[in-house]
Design a protein around this ligand. Structure first.
Ligand code: UP5
Ligand code: MG
Length: 215
Protein backbone atom coordinates (compact mmCIF):
# COMPACT_ATOMS: atom_id res chain seq x y z
CA UNK A 1 0.00 0.00 0.00
CA UNK A 2 1.25 3.50 -0.81
CA UNK A 3 1.29 5.81 2.19
CA UNK A 4 -0.45 9.21 2.32
CA UNK A 5 2.58 11.51 1.75
CA UNK A 6 3.97 9.31 -1.01
CA UNK A 7 0.60 9.26 -2.71
CA UNK A 8 0.36 13.06 -2.58
CA UNK A 9 3.76 13.23 -4.20
CA UNK A 10 2.62 10.86 -6.94
CA UNK A 11 -0.45 13.02 -7.51
CA UNK A 12 1.80 15.98 -8.08
CA UNK A 13 4.21 14.03 -10.23
CA UNK A 14 1.46 12.82 -12.53
CA UNK A 15 -0.69 15.88 -12.31
CA UNK A 16 -3.67 13.54 -12.10
CA UNK A 17 -5.67 12.11 -9.26
CA UNK A 18 -4.11 8.77 -8.47
CA UNK A 19 -6.94 7.52 -6.36
CA UNK A 20 -6.74 4.44 -4.18
CA UNK A 21 -9.38 1.81 -4.93
CA UNK A 22 -11.96 1.81 -2.15
CA UNK A 23 -11.53 -1.18 0.20
CA UNK A 24 -14.90 -2.66 1.02
CA UNK A 25 -16.28 -4.95 3.71
CA UNK A 26 -19.84 -6.09 3.03
CA UNK A 27 -21.86 -6.43 6.25
CA UNK A 28 -24.74 -8.88 6.01
CA UNK A 29 -27.24 -10.58 8.30
CA UNK A 30 -30.98 -10.72 8.94
CA UNK A 31 -33.15 -7.75 9.91
CA UNK A 32 -32.18 -6.69 13.43
CA UNK A 33 -29.08 -8.91 13.51
CA UNK A 34 -27.13 -5.86 14.71
CA UNK A 35 -25.40 -4.71 11.51
CA UNK A 36 -25.87 -1.00 12.22
CA UNK A 37 -25.00 -1.32 15.92
CA UNK A 38 -21.76 -3.18 15.24
CA UNK A 39 -20.78 -0.94 12.31
CA UNK A 40 -21.01 2.09 14.62
CA UNK A 41 -18.59 0.37 17.01
CA UNK A 42 -16.19 -0.59 14.21
CA UNK A 43 -16.08 3.05 13.07
CA UNK A 44 -15.15 4.12 16.64
CA UNK A 45 -12.22 1.69 16.71
CA UNK A 46 -10.96 1.35 13.15
CA UNK A 47 -10.53 3.67 10.20
CA UNK A 48 -13.72 2.82 8.30
CA UNK A 49 -16.66 4.80 6.94
CA UNK A 50 -20.08 3.23 7.52
CA UNK A 51 -22.51 3.26 4.60
CA UNK A 52 -25.87 1.61 5.29
CA UNK A 53 -27.68 0.90 2.01
CA UNK A 54 -30.98 0.98 3.95
CA UNK A 55 -30.19 4.39 5.45
CA UNK A 56 -29.19 5.76 2.03
CA UNK A 57 -32.48 4.50 0.55
CA UNK A 58 -34.49 6.00 3.42
CA UNK A 59 -32.70 9.33 2.86
CA UNK A 60 -33.44 9.19 -0.86
CA UNK A 61 -37.09 8.34 -0.08
CA UNK A 62 -37.47 11.59 1.86
CA UNK A 63 -35.39 13.80 -0.44
CA UNK A 64 -37.54 16.53 -1.95
CA UNK A 65 -37.86 15.99 -5.68
CA UNK A 66 -36.66 12.39 -5.67
CA UNK A 67 -38.22 10.46 -8.53
CA UNK A 68 -37.81 7.22 -6.56
CA UNK A 69 -39.41 8.21 -3.25
CA UNK A 70 -42.69 6.40 -3.80
CA UNK A 71 -41.06 3.26 -5.18
CA UNK A 72 -38.59 3.03 -2.28
CA UNK A 73 -41.40 3.55 0.21
CA UNK A 74 -43.44 0.68 -1.21
CA UNK A 75 -40.48 -1.70 -1.45
CA UNK A 76 -39.32 -1.07 2.12
CA UNK A 77 -42.78 -1.59 3.63
CA UNK A 78 -43.08 -4.82 1.66
CA UNK A 79 -39.62 -5.99 2.70
CA UNK A 80 -38.67 -6.25 -0.98
CA UNK A 81 -35.31 -5.38 -2.46
CA UNK A 82 -35.16 -2.12 -4.41
CA UNK A 83 -33.81 -2.40 -8.01
CA UNK A 84 -30.02 -2.17 -7.88
CA UNK A 85 -29.75 0.77 -10.29
CA UNK A 86 -31.06 3.00 -7.51
CA UNK A 87 -29.01 1.52 -4.66
CA UNK A 88 -25.70 1.27 -6.49
CA UNK A 89 -25.84 4.93 -7.53
CA UNK A 90 -26.43 6.00 -3.93
CA UNK A 91 -23.55 3.82 -2.70
CA UNK A 92 -21.16 4.93 -5.44
CA UNK A 93 -21.96 8.59 -4.85
CA UNK A 94 -21.48 8.24 -1.09
CA UNK A 95 -18.10 6.53 -1.57
CA UNK A 96 -16.95 9.14 -4.08
CA UNK A 97 -18.01 12.05 -1.88
CA UNK A 98 -16.24 10.57 1.14
CA UNK A 99 -13.00 10.01 -0.79
CA UNK A 100 -13.17 13.44 -2.40
CA UNK A 101 -13.36 15.11 1.01
CA UNK A 102 -10.51 13.06 2.46
CA UNK A 103 -8.33 10.82 0.29
CA UNK A 104 -7.35 8.74 3.33
CA UNK A 105 -10.93 7.63 3.81
CA UNK A 106 -10.99 4.74 1.39
CA UNK A 107 -12.16 1.94 3.72
CA UNK A 108 -15.89 1.30 3.73
CA UNK A 109 -18.35 -0.87 5.60
CA UNK A 110 -21.23 -1.44 3.21
CA UNK A 111 -24.08 -2.51 5.47
CA UNK A 112 -27.09 -4.44 4.14
CA UNK A 113 -25.82 -4.91 0.57
CA UNK A 114 -25.66 -7.02 -1.65
CA UNK A 115 -28.95 -8.66 -0.70
CA UNK A 116 -29.77 -10.62 -3.86
CA UNK A 117 -28.57 -11.69 -7.31
CA UNK A 118 -29.69 -8.38 -8.87
CA UNK A 119 -27.66 -6.42 -6.26
CA UNK A 120 -24.60 -8.56 -6.90
CA UNK A 121 -24.81 -8.18 -10.67
CA UNK A 122 -25.25 -4.42 -10.29
CA UNK A 123 -22.23 -4.19 -8.04
CA UNK A 124 -20.09 -6.17 -10.48
CA UNK A 125 -21.30 -4.13 -13.45
CA UNK A 126 -20.58 -0.76 -11.85
CA UNK A 127 -17.78 -1.39 -9.36
CA UNK A 128 -15.72 -4.27 -10.76
CA UNK A 129 -12.09 -3.12 -10.85
CA UNK A 130 -13.07 0.11 -9.09
CA UNK A 131 -13.37 -1.31 -5.55
CA UNK A 132 -11.90 -4.30 -3.72
CA UNK A 133 -14.14 -6.49 -1.56
CA UNK A 134 -11.92 -7.63 1.30
CA UNK A 135 -14.41 -9.91 3.05
CA UNK A 136 -18.03 -10.32 4.11
CA UNK A 137 -18.88 -9.84 7.77
CA UNK A 138 -21.88 -12.05 8.46
CA UNK A 139 -23.95 -11.52 11.60
CA UNK A 140 -25.66 -14.85 12.12
CA UNK A 141 -28.76 -14.58 14.27
CA UNK A 142 -31.92 -16.67 14.66
CA UNK A 143 -35.13 -15.34 13.12
CA UNK A 144 -36.96 -15.14 16.44
CA UNK A 145 -34.26 -12.99 18.02
CA UNK A 146 -34.18 -10.77 14.90
CA UNK A 147 -37.94 -10.25 14.97
CA UNK A 148 -37.97 -9.58 18.71
CA UNK A 149 -35.26 -6.91 18.40
CA UNK A 150 -37.00 -5.13 15.53
CA UNK A 151 -40.38 -5.17 17.26
CA UNK A 152 -38.77 -3.73 20.38
CA UNK A 153 -37.07 -1.04 18.32
CA UNK A 154 -40.37 -0.43 16.49
CA UNK A 155 -41.85 1.08 19.66
CA UNK A 156 -39.74 4.18 19.05
CA UNK A 157 -37.89 3.90 15.69
CA UNK A 158 -40.59 5.30 13.44
CA UNK A 159 -39.43 2.82 10.79
CA UNK A 160 -42.31 1.83 8.53
CA UNK A 161 -41.03 -1.78 8.40
CA UNK A 162 -40.59 -2.46 12.13
CA UNK A 163 -43.99 -4.14 12.45
CA UNK A 164 -45.06 -7.79 12.46
CA UNK A 165 -46.43 -7.83 8.92
CA UNK A 166 -43.36 -6.23 7.29
CA UNK A 167 -41.00 -8.27 9.45
CA UNK A 168 -42.40 -11.56 8.22
CA UNK A 169 -41.76 -10.40 4.66
CA UNK A 170 -38.27 -9.10 5.52
CA UNK A 171 -37.34 -12.47 7.02
CA UNK A 172 -38.67 -14.31 3.95
CA UNK A 173 -36.69 -12.05 1.62
CA UNK A 174 -33.59 -12.56 3.74
CA UNK A 175 -33.92 -16.36 3.69
CA UNK A 176 -34.81 -16.63 0.01
CA UNK A 177 -32.59 -13.96 -1.53
CA UNK A 178 -29.79 -12.92 0.82
CA UNK A 179 -28.70 -16.24 2.31
CA UNK A 180 -27.75 -17.59 -1.15
CA UNK A 181 -25.51 -14.55 -1.67
CA UNK A 182 -23.77 -15.23 1.64
CA UNK A 183 -23.34 -18.87 0.61
CA UNK A 184 -21.83 -17.76 -2.69
CA UNK A 185 -19.18 -15.71 -0.86
CA UNK A 186 -18.73 -18.57 1.61
CA UNK A 187 -17.61 -20.80 -1.26
CA UNK A 188 -14.98 -18.20 -2.11
CA UNK A 189 -13.72 -18.30 1.49
CA UNK A 190 -14.68 -14.67 1.97
CA UNK A 191 -17.18 -14.91 4.84
CA UNK A 192 -16.33 -14.13 8.48
CA UNK A 193 -19.27 -15.45 10.53
CA UNK A 194 -20.11 -13.98 13.92
CA UNK A 195 -22.71 -15.39 16.34
CA UNK A 196 -24.86 -12.26 16.65
CA UNK A 197 -27.44 -13.60 19.09
CA UNK A 198 -25.31 -12.62 22.12
CA UNK A 199 -24.90 -9.25 23.84
CA UNK A 200 -23.57 -6.24 21.91
CA UNK A 201 -20.20 -6.38 23.70
CA UNK A 202 -19.77 -10.15 23.25
CA UNK A 203 -20.50 -9.79 19.54
CA UNK A 204 -18.09 -6.88 19.25
CA UNK A 205 -15.29 -8.85 20.91
CA UNK A 206 -15.48 -11.31 17.99
CA UNK A 207 -15.77 -8.50 15.45
CA UNK A 208 -12.63 -6.97 16.92
CA UNK A 209 -10.63 -10.13 16.48
CA UNK A 210 -11.59 -10.22 12.79
CA UNK A 211 -10.57 -6.57 12.23
CA UNK A 212 -7.37 -6.87 14.28
CA UNK A 213 -6.41 -9.75 12.03
CA UNK A 214 -7.44 -8.49 8.64
CA UNK A 215 -9.19 -5.10 8.87
N1 UP5 B 1 -29.59 -4.73 19.06
C1 UP5 B 1 -28.55 -4.76 18.20
N2 UP5 B 1 -27.64 -5.67 18.58
C2 UP5 B 1 -28.12 -6.24 19.71
C3 UP5 B 1 -27.62 -7.26 20.59
N3 UP5 B 1 -26.46 -7.87 20.36
N4 UP5 B 1 -28.39 -7.62 21.64
C4 UP5 B 1 -29.58 -7.00 21.87
N5 UP5 B 1 -30.11 -6.03 21.08
C5 UP5 B 1 -29.37 -5.65 20.02
O1 UP5 B 1 -30.25 -3.47 15.64
C6 UP5 B 1 -31.64 -3.69 15.66
C7 UP5 B 1 -32.15 -3.49 17.07
O2 UP5 B 1 -31.61 -4.47 17.92
C8 UP5 B 1 -31.75 -2.15 17.68
O3 UP5 B 1 -32.79 -1.69 18.50
C9 UP5 B 1 -30.51 -2.49 18.49
O4 UP5 B 1 -30.35 -1.61 19.59
C10 UP5 B 1 -30.80 -3.90 18.94
P1 UP5 B 1 -29.51 -2.86 14.35
O5 UP5 B 1 -28.08 -2.68 14.71
O6 UP5 B 1 -30.27 -1.70 13.84
O7 UP5 B 1 -29.65 -4.10 13.36
P2 UP5 B 1 -29.58 -4.14 11.77
O8 UP5 B 1 -29.04 -5.49 11.43
O9 UP5 B 1 -28.91 -2.95 11.23
O10 UP5 B 1 -31.15 -4.12 11.48
P3 UP5 B 1 -31.95 -3.41 10.31
O11 UP5 B 1 -33.37 -3.43 10.72
O12 UP5 B 1 -31.34 -2.12 9.94
O13 UP5 B 1 -31.67 -4.46 9.15
P4 UP5 B 1 -32.37 -4.64 7.77
O14 UP5 B 1 -31.40 -5.38 6.98
O15 UP5 B 1 -33.73 -5.24 7.87
O16 UP5 B 1 -32.63 -3.12 7.34
P5 UP5 B 1 -31.92 -2.19 6.27
O17 UP5 B 1 -32.04 -0.82 6.76
O18 UP5 B 1 -30.61 -2.71 5.90
O19 UP5 B 1 -32.90 -2.38 5.02
C11 UP5 B 1 -34.25 -2.01 5.13
C12 UP5 B 1 -34.96 -2.26 3.81
O20 UP5 B 1 -34.39 -1.44 2.80
C13 UP5 B 1 -34.87 -3.68 3.25
O21 UP5 B 1 -35.83 -4.54 3.83
C14 UP5 B 1 -35.15 -3.42 1.78
O22 UP5 B 1 -36.51 -3.23 1.55
C15 UP5 B 1 -34.42 -2.09 1.56
N6 UP5 B 1 -33.04 -2.28 1.05
C16 UP5 B 1 -32.87 -2.57 -0.29
O23 UP5 B 1 -33.86 -2.69 -1.05
N7 UP5 B 1 -31.61 -2.71 -0.80
C17 UP5 B 1 -30.50 -2.60 -0.03
O24 UP5 B 1 -29.39 -2.73 -0.54
C18 UP5 B 1 -30.67 -2.31 1.35
C19 UP5 B 1 -31.95 -2.17 1.86
MG1 MG C 1 -29.45 -1.39 9.89
Amino acid sequence: MISGPLRSLLHKAHGVLLAMNPQVVFVLGGPGAGKGTQCAKIVENYSYTHLSAGDLLREERSRTGSEFGQLIDTYIKDGRIVPVEITINLLKKAMEETMKKDENKFRFLIDGFPRNEDNLQGWTRVMDGKADVKFVLFFNCGNEVCIERCLERGKSSGRTDDNKESLEKRIQTYLQSTRPIIELYEKQGKVRTIDASRSVSEVFADVKSVFDREG
